[in-house]
Design a protein around this ligand. Structure first.
Ligand code: HEM
Length: 453
């Protein structure tokens, strides 16, 4: 069962008074401070109150638990103390109800197993075909336009087009544009501060988007049950649970909408920071290009699935971008039973949060934390590091199901982009990152792509 209706009550301030912290100003709490500078605010609160502290933002009182041990305690969750559904529900429940991250414990395990068929080797190989074609086309299109480009909106559009292929597999015809629109509106609504669907608001557009999505996916799913497509949607329509039943149309709708959301902004954000760090560190850009050239494939040829492992530096550089700017900066949960961490009692019903972005910048774990140094992820340098020090994909039962998909797409992206072009920003340029809810450069990251001779 999910714990959305499990009768958990919010503990009173009194019940949490023993945990040091700061409610901030009445009504708004620390919402605006967190929105303005989420990393700085968490670091400020940690410096003042320590690695376990209480705060209030977005109308919710939360206990933050910081650092690798806290990540392990909450995410690995040996004792099944923390509900992911209850943690994410205030943000995602309305538009992405019953997505995988919104389910808990036994029910979650059942659905996760059913969904994992779509991430096995054969389906992945087939998604890579689509990614190769789409990325080669996308990069060629960028290179065909003279002058500087705004990278963030360009990669956002390309990621959406690529998802349409790997998720749906065929030309969607007149449904393609409304589907993309519906999806963008749903994602925007899931993070809007105004949670009521008043006319003209992002929430109203999100609710309309979900209506379209439900209608479209419902209409298509019956046909795909019998189809022989190799796309993710077809895999889901044919997936069955351990109990031997096919997923229902409603379940498929909820899983598909959630998967698109989980994949889209995370990939857009991480590819943007990846490219930025390669522009800021041209020597690394050159090293990755050398690794790509050493594959000895004809220029623009598809990157074969079997050769993904031959790009270890590319993977390390992508990991380093994920460390510095994790696309999911904080991960919420809710305690379903009373527990204790570092001597602090945490009552049942308490909202807790772990913080990848804080952990990824702890100088005691990551020396010179602001420096871009992909070699931190070499086998030798990773030895002895806490297993929960690097958590861009979370960890434990809810660890990102699309992690291998993300690495595959990142390598394919780097292969096509760096194999064809050199990316550079204007001298002295530094992007201003808006970190919450998903990191993006406020100015869209202007850069130039110079075709390689
Ligand atoms: C760099 C890219 C990505 C990052 C950083 C990322 C990050 C995350 C994180 C932090 C979680 C766990 C949240 C929690 O524990 O509450 C998660 C879960 C998930 N992600 Fe990703 N993600 C990425 C790409 C993808 C892609 C490409 C897909 C699908 C194709 C995907 C599908 C999912 C799913 C289904 C879950 C829920 C897993 C569960 O609850 O069992 N993600 N992701």
């Amino acid at each position: 069962m999910t714990y959305a209706n499990a009768g958990l009550v919010e503990p009173s301030l009194n019940a949490l008074q023993h945990i040091p912290g700061d409610d901030g100003p009445p009504v708004v709490g620390l919402t605006f401070r967190l929105l303005a500078n989420p990393k700085g605010e968490v670091e400020r609160l940690a410096a003042r109150h320590g690695p376990v502290y209480r705060s209030r933002a977005f109308g919710l009182r939360t206990i933050s638990l910081l650092g690798p041990d806290a990540n392990e305690f909450v995410l690995f969750d040996r004792q099944k103390l923390f509900s992911s559904g209850e943690g994410w529900n205030p943000f995602l429940g309305r538009l992405f109800p019953r997505g995988l991250m919104l389910l808990d414990f036994d029910e979650h395990r059942l659905h996760r197993k059913a969904l994992s068929v779509a991430f096995k080797t054969e389906p992945m190989r087939s998604y890579l075909n689509g990614l190769n074609a789409g990325l080669a086309r996308g990069v060629a299109l960028w290179l065909g336009r003279p002058g500087p480009m705004l990278f963030y909106p360009a990669i956002k559009q390309l990621t959406l087009d690529l998802a349409a292929t790997s998720f749906f597999g065929r030309d969607l015809g007149p449904d393609a544009e409304p589907l993309k629109r519906a999806f963008i509106d749903m994602v925007a609504a899931s993070v809007t501060p105004i949670r009521i669907a008043l006319p003209g608001t992002a929430m109203a557009r999100g609710v309309a988007g979900r209506r379209f999505m439900v209608e479209f996916l419902g209409r298509e799913s019956e046909a795909r049950r019998q189809g022989d497509g190799e796309d993710l949607f077809t895999h889901l329509c044919q997936a069955s649970t351990d109990e031997g039943r096919l997923l229902s149309v409603e379940e498929i709708i909820d899983h598909m909408s959630f998967l698109m959301m989980a994949a889209h902004d995370t990939l857009t954000s991480s590819f943007t920071s990846f490219v930025w760090f390669l522009c800021e560190n041209p020597a690394w850009q050159t090293r990755l290009r050398e690794e790509i050239v050493a594959l000895n494939l004809p220029r623009g040829a598809p990157l074969p699935y079997e050769r993904l492992d031959e790009l270890p530096l590319t993977e390390m550089a992508f990991k380093e971008a994920l460390r510095l700017i994790p696309p999911v900066p904080a991960i919420p949960r809710r305690a379903v039973r009373e527990t204790e961490f570092h001597g602090f009692r945490i009552p049942a019903g308490t909202r807790v949060s772990v913080n990848p972005i804080f952990t990824h910048h702890m100088p005691e774990v990551w020396p010179e934390p602001e420096k871009f140094d992909p070699l931190r992820f070499s086998e030798e340098n990773s030895r002895g590091r806490h297993k929960f020090a690097f958590v861009p994909y979370g960890g434990g039962a809810h660890m990102c199901l699309g992690l291998h998909f993300a690495y595959m797409q990142a390598k394919c992206f780097a292969y096509h982009l760096l194999g064809a072009a050199e990316a550079a920003v204007a001298p002295g340029y530094r992007p201003d990152w808006r970190l919450w809810p998903i990191p993006k450069p406020r100015d869209g990251l202007p850069l130039t792509l110079q075709a390689l001779g």
